[in-house]
Design a protein. Structure first.
Length: 329
């Protein structure tokens, strides 16, 4: 297994050997991690590999070794970069799917610090550039499912949130982790609107946060995150509905009691704390049994079957053993 962190100065230990995952998409997974020394080469390789598809190429490369975390790879067509970066939910920038791509250029992601506080031994404030070095970057291809009924397959870059959690040493009393995102009315036109209570908040139970699939995410498609996808750092929890994946995180807080998340506060009967993808538990206003894969299924069709825990059942079902999932939805 070859894993290098992005700040590594190690020379490449062998050639880049891109390999097609799904040739229809002509998306090639870079099999090797490259250090800063190899970043130019990585950018070149990714431009070559993605030529012919709507591709990244404008943002700084953020290469990650292919993840070996069980369940991290989905052998389905990868959603185009074009769709993944222009069909978004990021309500701070508007409620239309096209608004974030249109408006999020105002978001200032440098400098960016994350405050880590609460029931931990090592509270502190760190710059994103420091956090990026805390563990080796991995590329993980995850199936993503929005509570609204659409889905995508996205190659994220980051490392398991558990790596950060281990470093800051939670106390035994820390049972939940809360993610508080940026709410800056100067750069975010919809902060101050009454749709949600700002800042946008999400939370996980400690064992969910420690699960290896839970990704602290800095990039996608081999590059740093575009603003509309939650730059410079966000959460990705692939077995939960999309809204659990807090974008542009400013604060991480370790607490004892189950926190109330933004959507749960807005409509508690519709959005529960767990929000695990579950085709058998419908949203009060619509079925959750099927979904529409963006850019593959027709605009109005929703014929793809939604999978239990979004297809990650083997990996995560044990976290909820014995729980009534229609009660703890
Ligand atoms: N700060 C913040 N994070 C957020 C949201 C938001 O409105 N604000 N929307 C959520 C929802 S509903 C979804 S489906 C995902 C979408 O992530 P993507 O645009 O990268 O696909 O982001 C989630 N994270
Ligand atoms: Mo969503």
């Amino acid at each position: 297994m070859l894993i290098q962190s992005v700040d590594s100065n190690e020379p490449l230990s062998s050639e880049i050997t891109p390999r097609p995952i799904y040739s229809e998409r002509r998306y090639f997974l870079k099999q090797l991690a490259q250090g800063v020394a190899g970043a130019g080469l990585a950018a070149w390789a990714s431009r070559q590999a993605m030529a012919g598809v709507a591709a990244p190429g404008k943002l700084a490369p953020l290469p990650g070794a292919t993840s070996l975390v069980a369940g991290a790879m989905v052998m389905e067509k990868i959603t185009t970069y074009q769709d993944a970066s222009t069909y978004n939910n990021y309500y701070e920038f508007g409620t239309d799917k096209a608004d974030p791509a249109r408006n999020a250029h105002t978001l200032k992601t440098k400098p960016w610090t994350i405050e880590v506080e609460g029931l931990i031994k090592k509270p502190g404030r760190w710059g994103v550039e420091d956090l990026i070095k805390w563990s080796a970057m991995e590329e993980r291809i995850y199936r993503m499912r929005c509570v609204e009924g659409w889905s995508m397959v996205i190659p994220w870059v980051g490392y398991s949130l558990s790596e950060l959690i281990k470093r800051i040493e939670p106390l035994g009393s820390a049972k939940y982790i809360e993610f508080i995102t940026l709410a800056d009315p100067k750069t975010m036109p919809f902060v101050g609107s009454s749709i949600l209570d700002w800042p946008y908040r999400e939370a996980l139970r400690m064992d969910e946060a420690m699960h290896p699939l839970t990704l602290l995410t800095f990039g996608m498609y081999g590059e740093i995150l575009p603003n509309q996808n939650g730059a410079p750092v966000r959460l990705v929890v692939p077995w939960k509905y999309g809204f659990k994946n807090a974008k542009s995180i400013a604060k991480i807080r370790f607490v004892e009691k189950e926190p109330v998340n933004s959507w749960g506060r807005a409509a508690p009967q519709e959005y529960g704390f767990y929000s695990n993808v579950n085709p058998n538990v419908d949203h009060p206003r619509w079925s959750q049994s099927t979904e529409r894969r963006i850019s593959e299924d027709g605009l109005l069709s929703k014929k793809r079957k939604t999978l239990m825990f979004n297809g990650y059942e083997k990996q995560v079902a044990s976290l909820y053993a014995g729980m009534d999932l229609s009660k703890y939805f």
